[in-house]
Design a protein around this ligand. Sequence first.
Ligand code: PBG
Length: 326
Amino acid sequence: MDPTRRPRRLRRDGVREIVSETSLSPSDLIAPVFVDATTDERVPIASMPGHDRVPVASAVDRVEEVLDTGIETVVLFGIPESKDATGSRAWAEDGVVQCAIRDITRETDATVITDVCMCEYTDHGHCGILEDNARESPELTVDNDATLDRLARIAVSHAEAGAQMVAPSSMTDGMVGAIRGALDAAGFESVAIMSYAAKYESAFYGPFRDAADGAPAFGDRRHYQMDPANAREAMAEVALDVEQGADVLMVKPALAYLDIISAVRENFDQPVAAYNVSGEYAMLHAAAEKGWLDLDAVAHESLLSIKRAGADLILTYFAEAIADQL
Ligand code: PBG
C-alpha cells in the first residue's frame, strides 16, 4: 500500500525537534544533598556513584557545585552526630540540617527544601515515635499520633533556619495538617509544603538507606508506607494531603510508578513532583559500569519519561549530570 499518513515525515532532523512534546530544563530538577555531622571530610556513598555525604562546613561548597550546573534547588537530608529513641536531634536548633540551611541561605541563592522525617535521627530507624512493645510485635511500629507533633517541631525548626519549603516523608496520617498548623502558628505562612503524598514501601530505597543511615533496625515500613499494589489508594492519600494544605504533591519512587504520576496529574491541579529514587539511580550506574547501558542516554530517557508522565518537578541524583548535558 501507499501510505498517505506518514508519521516519519515529522522525524526528520530539524522537524523532529519542533514537534517534540516534552523537554527537560534545569529548573525542573531538584538535587538531593546529604549533610553529615559525623565526618570532617566528604565521604563517597558507595552505592550512589558521584554522591558524597558532606560535613556541614562543606555544605555551601556542595550547593555551589549544584548551582554551577544551572540547578537552583536542593533538598537536604541530615545525618546527625547521635541518635536516640525520639529522634531529638531532628529539631535541634544546632542540628546538622538546621546549621546547613543557615549557611546555605546566607551564602548562596539556592532554594532550600528539607526532608522532614525521623528515620535518620532515631536509634531504631523508624520514621516516628515507636508504639509500646513495637520491637516484640510485627504488627506494631510507629505511633502515628504521637509522631505528629514531632514532625511539626522539625518543620518549624527548618523554617526558623531559613528553609523555603519542607517535605514531610514519613507517611504519618495527618502530617501535612499538623505541619501547616505549626508553621502558621509560628509565623511561617509563606513556607510551602511538598508532601511525599504517595510514597510506596519500595525496595528501591536501599542505597539511600546506606547513604543516610536510616534503615529500620527491625521490621519494615509497610505499616506506614503504601503497598506497591495500590493505585486508587494513592488518589485517596493525595486527596487527604490536598485537604490538609499540601502545596506540591509528590509521588515516590518514579519509574515503577509512572501510572501514579500520571493519575495525580490528571486528578489534581497542584504541581506534581516525582522522586527518582536512589535505587533507580544505582541500577543505571551499575549497568553502565558493566558496559551494558549508555548512562547519559538512559538517565535522560528516564527523566524525560517522568516528565512526560506528568511530573513538573523531579528530585533526582542525576540532576547535576543532566543539567550539564542540557
Ligand atoms: C526518609 C526518606 C527515604 C527516602 C527519602 N526520604 C527513605 C525511606 O523512606 O526509607 C528515600 C530516597 C531514595 O531512595 O532516594 N523517610
